[in-house]
Design a protein around this ligand. Structure first.
Ligand code: BGP
Length: 489
């Protein structure tokens, strides 16, 4: 009963994690192209050449030393260079999505495929035409594209020569990129997201218990501010080009719980929601910084570049829908934690009521229901769950079949929870599972952390036939969609 006619069932990917073809048809590199593979235990590295010519590696977010430059080095393997080759195989993959009955496919446009350096005034035609063909193919199959304009892939040139999002000029470069997308794909694409998991910039700080300096907080809030302004301007441009456009924010959604009923934990938990979740959502949905901003900035001596004109832009550029990823919940406490877990950019106490994935992510469908209900009350906007899924090891049987009942269980429970939230009034209009086809993991760079309904025969070193095959979950999801969420068995 929960899902209305026309509910957007589908799946989601991001350009840098599926496309490959990293240096084809004029595409410029992005940060992921100088990022090695890793694992849950071994973080991915960023490769560079130091001023003296020696090869060095950096941690994510670590600043490039004076005189150094990012570089692809022969001694490393870069999984995003090949992805799962979707750049060349999109027709086959979209046909498989259509076979499952997808109503919506969430994908992103690689910024550096359209603007190889990011600061050009004219786009790279080959890049523009590539996505036109992809959208036409989706339309042919009656699949509505949902397009993320920025999914973690600022052109490397902008990172190196402009200091990335610390520089206000990025706002204009981004808006030019977004405007190009709105103009070129008018009539083909109607649903857009400005920034993927925009709140990661702040949520990521202190991951794994690392010390976070005031300067790091300053940079994070400054980068976010420029992204908010860029997003707000893009929303206005998008509406002006086509009033039919529906443009959303995309928040990394984590449901936080207090570990104890100690009022200090309750307050700490509330403040975690404010910093990690509401801060970005409020700016993008309500058009102004929330009242707790002052406290957040003062706590960390943050003074950002923010003009009265910027605040006007934020007011004028609020989003049309609230979208978010949801994988897990997290536990917050002021007490000493004896049993810790970390996953998806957060660290917290273990929740004894939940099961954890092989990568330490808490599986918590009720948390999805809770999240949807909270956001429904707060923003009164249509919502889409734009990412949800289970990263797991899959085993291919001798006959080629893949029995991924653990994935089916995870998705079934989350769809049921989403249904309960809708029954309780939440205006959720769509659900695009993450990694509907196996892809390169964003956090670890692994392929073996698989999310797909569609298996891709490739390993972490890029070896394999790259052939596609259907997992059990493929047939299951097909049934779910055909019954509009009624048949979850
Ligand atoms: C989100 C990102 C995605 C995706 C997903 C799964 O944070 O938006 O790009 O990768 O998480 O994470 P991972 O790939 O690290 O398993």
């Amino acid at each position: 009963m929960a899902f209305k006619e026309g509910f957007f069932w589908g799946g989601a990917t991001a350009a840098n994690q599926v496309e490959g073809a990293w240096n084809e048809d004029g595409r410029g590199p992005a940060m992921t192209d100088v990022t090695t593979g890793g694992s849950a235990k071994e973080p991915r590295k960023i490769t560079a050449v130091a001023a003296d010519g020696s090869h060095i590696t950096l941690k994510r977010k670590e600043k490039l030393p004076e005189g150094a430059h990012y570089a692809v080095l022969d001694e490393y393997y870069y999984p995003n260079h090949f992805g799962v080759d979707e750049y060349h195989r999109y027709e086959e993959d979209i046909a498989l999505f259509a076979e499952m009955g997808f109503k919506m496919y969430r994908m992103s446009i690689s910024w550096s495929r359209l603007f190889p350096h990011g600061d050009e005034t004219e786009p790279n035609k080959a890049g523009v035409e590539h996505y036109r063909k992809v959208f036409e193919c989706l339309r042919k199959h009656n699949i509505e594209p949902l397009v993320t304009i920025w999914h973690f892939d600022t052109p490397l040139y902008l990172e190196e020569h402009y200091n990335g999002w610390n520089n206000r000029q990025l706002v204009d470069f981004y808006v030019r990129f977004a405007e190009t997308c709105f103009k070129e794909y008018k009539g083909l694409v109607k649903y857009w997201l400005t920034f993927n998991e925009i709140n990661n910039t702040v949520m990521f700080l202190g991951r794994g218990g690392a010390a976070v300096t005031d300067e790091m907080y300053h940079d994070a809030y400054q980068q976010l501010h420029y992204q908010f302004v860029a997003s707000a301007k893009a929303v206005q441009v998008g509406h002006a080009i086509d009033p039919e456009n529906k443009i959303g924010c995309m928040i990394c959604g984590i449901t936080n719980y207090p570990l104890t009923c100690d009022p200090k934990d309750i307050l700490e938990n509330r403040h975690r929601w404010e910093r990690d979740i509401f801060y970005c959502g409020d700016v993008q949905c309500k058009g102004e910084y929330p009242s707790f901003t002052k406290r957040l900035w003062e706590e960390r001596n943050v003074k950002i570049d923010c003009t009265p004109e910027d605040l006007e832009e934020l007011k004028k550029g609020t989003v049309d829908m609230y979208t978010f990823s949801y994988y897990m919940s997290s536990v917050v406490t002021t007490h000493k934690v004896t049993s810790e877990v970390s996953g998806n950019f957060v660290t917290g106490a273990r929740n004894e009521y939940l099961k954890y994935s092989d990568w330490g992510w808490a599986c918590d469908p009720d948390g999805l229901q809770y999240y949807l209900e909270v956001m429904n009350d707060r923003y009164h906007l249509p919502m889409i769950v734009t990412e949800n899924g289970l990263g797991a090891y899959d085993k291919v049987e001798e006959d080629g079949s893949i029995h991924d009942d653990y994935r089916i269980d995870y998705l079934r429970d989350h769809i049921a929870a989403m249904g309960r939230a809708i029954d309780n009034g939440a205006n959720c209009i769509g659900y695009t599972t993450w990694g509907c086809i196996d892809l390169v993991s964003a956090s670890t760079g692994e392929i073996r952390k698989r999310y797909g309904f569609i298996y891709v025969d490739i390993d972490d070193e890029g070896k394999g036939s790259n052939d596609r095959s259907r997992k059990d979950s493929f047939y299951w999801y097909k049934k779910v969609i055909a019954s509009n969420g009624e048949d979850l068995a």
